[in-house]
Design a protein around this ligand. Structure first.
Ligand code: UD1
Ligand code: BG6
Ligand code: NA
Length: 365
């Protein structure tokens, strides 16, 4: 089943041009988005007071990646909930809310308990899941199957990118009655269409990421700074490194750097800065300058052709990635970090597909 690959995680990373194609199949037609699972509910969702995203682990990070474009395309405020924390706090959920549950397996206990809670509180409950017939799919009022194909590696990879794309289509469908954002929606739809070929292109960084991994093999820690559309990329890249490579790693909001994390910076701690082109680019350029002036050991992810724009003195290691519509860039940017986590794990001699202490689906609380 692994074919020519050594591990499922590796296979699933390289499968993403295909899994993203199947996520979109039959759902983008003549510049329109058609989600059969949502169309009867779009009117209700458009009238809701807020969207609450709920999930755990990688699925939470996918929802965080979707938050900016859901807010932008729908105008509806979005709040984020880690499922266990919503339950711990018994946080307020109202009839006027649309609660969107994101889960690859559709069987995560914390997420399902949060679903029961939201159903009791009268919210419209929407599922985003990879598993047809799962408890999440059955118990939600409506939803979208991401159709990424079975995912076996404990570390979620292809489901993450397909979840983001499914939520992009959801945001486009909810916002489709707005004339003022028509041009923006068209640009995102054409970005979605070109996404699989951009993913094939970014996968060519495999050998470069293996080489980078070999330079990080003995590091004790790895920081990842992102912001805006790519705050989620920072959290998810760090999660991949800690869960499979068993290396301490933290994703951080670059805007918070000077409020604490800057104290950690020295010439030894490797730091990845995500600085691809979007409205936050110039802010990320100044973050890089501040880190370099403290002799930070930087690895900068930037758009193709931007190496000298992000690091003029050549003292950073640079990863250049293809550009897509800004709000879809997280789908591209996570892939080099998935490859890095994979190679770090193999080089450090750990189990890629069954990381220590972890399970694919956590069905107990
Ligand atoms: C559906 C069919 C697909 C077929 C297509 C043809 C299924 C599972 N899907 O896909 O095989 O090719 O029509 O038009 O038979 N749902 C939830 N919660 C979730 C996810 C989904 O309630 O978390 C519900 C949806 O609201 C919908 C149904 O499950 O009623 C199927 O969802 P989905 O597979 O996404 O719908 P289509 O893309 O229309
Ligand atoms: C587990 C897995 O903790 O559950 C993670 O090890 C996963 O990889 C998380 O992200 C949530 O799973 P699901 O199926 O709800 O997306
Ligand atoms: Na359902």
């Amino acid at each position: 089943k692994k074919g020519s690959y050594d591990h499922f995680m590796q296979k699933e990373i390289h499968e993403q041009p295909h899994s993203l194609t199947t996520t979109m199949r039959g759902r983008l037609k003549d510049g329109e988005v058609l989600l059969g699972g949502l169309k009867e509910h779009l009117k209700t969702i458009r009238r809701c007071r807020r969207v609450v995203f709920i999930g755990c682990g990688t699925s939470y990070n996918a929802a965080l990646a979707a938050r900016p474009f859901v807010e932008e395309l729908t105008g509806i405020p979005v709040t984020m909930e880690v499922a266990s924390d919503l339950l711990d706090r018994q946080g307020p959920i109202y009839r006027e809310d649309t609660a969107v549950f994101v889960s690859q397996s559709g069987e995560t206990a914390d997420t399902l308990l949060a679903l029961d809670y939201a159903l009791e509180n009268g919210a419209l409950c929407v599922g985003i899941t990879n598993t047809v017939g799962s408890t999440l799919s059955r118990k939600t009022h409506c939803g979208v199957h991401i159709n990424a194909g079975c995912e076996i590696g404990v570390a979620s990879t292809k489901a993450y990118t397909s979840q983001i794309v499914a939520m992009a289509m959801m945001a486009l469908a909810i916002g489709s009655d707005q004339i003022s954002t028509q041009a923006r929606r068209n640009a995102i739809i054409s970005g979605l269409t070109s996404l699989p070929s951009c993913v094939s292109e970014v996968l060519k960084l495999d050998a470069e990421m293996k080489e980078l991994a070999s330079s990080l093999i003995d590091s004790e820690s790895l920081l990842v700074f992102g912001r805006g559309y790519n705050y989620a990329t920072a959290l998810e890249g760090a999660l991949k490194v800690k869960e499979v490579a068993l290396m301490h790693s933290e994703g951080m909001l670059a805007g918070e750097m000077k409020h604490g994390p800057l104290a950690l910076v020295d010439e030894n701690l490797p730091i990845i800065v995500i600085a691809t082109r979007d409205a936050c680019f110039s802010k990320q350029q100044s973050v890089i300058q501040q880190l370099l002036s403290r002799k930070g050991r930087l690895i900068v992810m930037c758009s193709k052709g931007d190496a000298s724009a992000v690091c003029s003195n050549g003292s950073c290691r640079v990863i250049e990635v293809p550009g897509v519509a800004d709000c879809l860039q997280p789908v591209i940017n996570i892939i080099p970090l998935q490859l890095l986590a994979y190679h770090l794990t193999v080089l450090r001699g750990f189990d890629v597909d069954q990381p220590r202490n972890l399970a694919k689906s956590v069905t107990t609380q």
